[in-house]
Design a protein around this ligand. Structure first.
Ligand code: UD1
Ligand code: UDP
Length: 375
């Protein structure tokens, strides 16, 4: 009898989705019993391509949807429309989406319309506040409602799903694939050097402590970003011995306030988004990370780097409980005072940097693959 292959379509569009899906895509591509294809919405263009290059993923379908300054309305509509011919062409049994972006939500709705089973990687993260993060909390709640197979990174994420009456049989705890990607990236970095890393090496003064900063959340646009840039300016003035390095997200709502206000300060380096290996390298060199990013909160504990998270609430409470992450919101005084504590108190620093990572063991992709194989 002919062996019918399971048809699996991986759909993603932004930098973090690509990083966290890459190990899963590779695991499925190794399995010749599966027919695996990749569809990128290219909700991000340059920042997605950096990741595809590093992980050597060649999409079967590239919808090329990003527009400069795109709105949630336009992007959502374009994704739904553009997914239809892909789904009609490949007719997947399983569609994999990741996390909580517009691509995730619209990709899962499109898969549901096409009659495919929806598989959600990084399922079950919740703040239970529909405005924080905005619009991601609603994106993942809607995706969770549609999903057939939920790959929860932690026990807490699974519990969040069960509270919502999701059928336990469809939920599997896998760890977060971000750790698979991190291990892969760190291994490759051992004998890796490129122009970007060389240029960072030339630019940075290794006698100074490095504070690595990223920020891009929509709910922080406006007042939040004003507070963040004021906090960074104060820290730069208080600590001439510290170097603040900020790879600035390409969203114009981030670029404008950050470049206008922080461009000419000698110990603040505003740089372009880094490729994943260069960013991992820079995280390793850093003393402290200040961010509102989801993925960076998960990666930093593995590298022993304390993180101040510029959010009032997080869907990733595990690292806060473990003590490797402190929530500081976008309150200028709190950002400055918590950074000062970590810069001056060696015991506190040591305590925060010595704790282990609650997000995974690098085998999440294998677990996801095993689950689908067993269906
Ligand atoms: C998106 C996700 C967010 C995720 C983040 C990761 C949504 C609603 N938001 O936010 O959950 O945390 O990605 O970074 O899905 N741009 C470029 N080149 C790029 C990428 C972005 O120029 O490679 C600019 C474009 O002007 C684009 C804008 O950034 O219109 C915003 O991109 P978008 O994906 O809509 O929102 P993000 O803020 O990146
Ligand atoms: N990252 C990167 N280059 C950068 C900044 C971040 O490769 O200049 C990586 C980082 O290691 C992490 C991911 O991008 O894996 C986080 O993406 P982002 O902060 O944009 O999104 P979020 O995780 O908040 O959704």
């Amino acid at each position: 009898m002919e062996n019918i292959k399971k048809k699996c379509l991986f759909v993603f569009g932004t930098r973090p989705e690509a990083i966290k899906m890459a190990p899963v895509v590779h695991r499925f591509l190794q399995d010749t019993e599966m027919d695996t294809r990749v569809c990128v919405t290219a909700q991000h263009r340059e920042m997605l391509d950096q990741v595809l290059d590093f992980f050597e993923i060649k999409p079967d379908y590239d919808l090329d949807l990003m527009q400069k300054g795109q709105s949630l309305f336009g992007l959502s509509a374009r994704i739904l429309t553009a997914m239809q011919p892909v789904l009609e062409d490949f007719k997947p049994d399983y569609v994999f989406v990741h996390g909580d972006t517009t691509t995730t939500m619209m990709g899962s709705i499109a898969a549901f319309y096409a009659g495919a089973k929806v598989c959600h990687v990084e399922a079950g993260l919740r703040t239970h506040d529909k405005y924080a993060p905005f619009p991601e909390e609603i994106n993942r709640q809607i995706t969770g409602r549609i999903t057939d197979y939920h790959f929860a990174p932690t026990q807490k994420a699974k519990e969040n799903l069960l509270i919502e009456n999701i059928d336990e049989k469809g939920v599997s705890i896998t760890g977060n694939t971000v750790i698979d990607a991190l291990y892969w990236g760190m291994e490759k970095l051992k004998d890796y050097d490129d122009d970007e890393i060389q240029s960072l090496k030339n630019q940075l003064d290794f006698d100074k402590k490095i504070i690595l900063v990223t920020g891009h959340r929509r709910e922080n646009f406006g007042e939040g970003f004003i507070n963040i840039r004021n906090a960074l300016k104060t820290l730069s003035e208080q600590h001439p011995d510290v170097q603040i390095v900020y790879p600035v997200h390409l969203n114009p709502n981030v670029q404008t306030p950050i470049f206008e206000f922080l461009n000419e300060i000698p110990n603040i380096s505003l740089i372009n988004p880094l490729s994943y290996p260069a960013f991992l390298w820079l995280m390793e060199q850093s003393n402290l990370i200040i961010t509102d990013s989801g993925g960076i909160q998960e990666e930093a504990p593995s590298l022993g780097k304390p993180v101040l998270v510029m959010r009032d609430t997080t869907e990733r409470p595990e690292a806060v409980t473990a003590g490797t992450v402190i929530l500081v919101g976008t309150d200028k005084e709190k950002i400055v005072s918590e950074a000062n504590k970590l810069l001056s108190n060696a015991d506190l620093y040591k305590q925060m940097s010595a704790l282990h990572n609650p997000y995974g063991d690098g085998k999440a992709a294998d677990r996801i693959h095993q689950f689908i194989t067993a269906l």
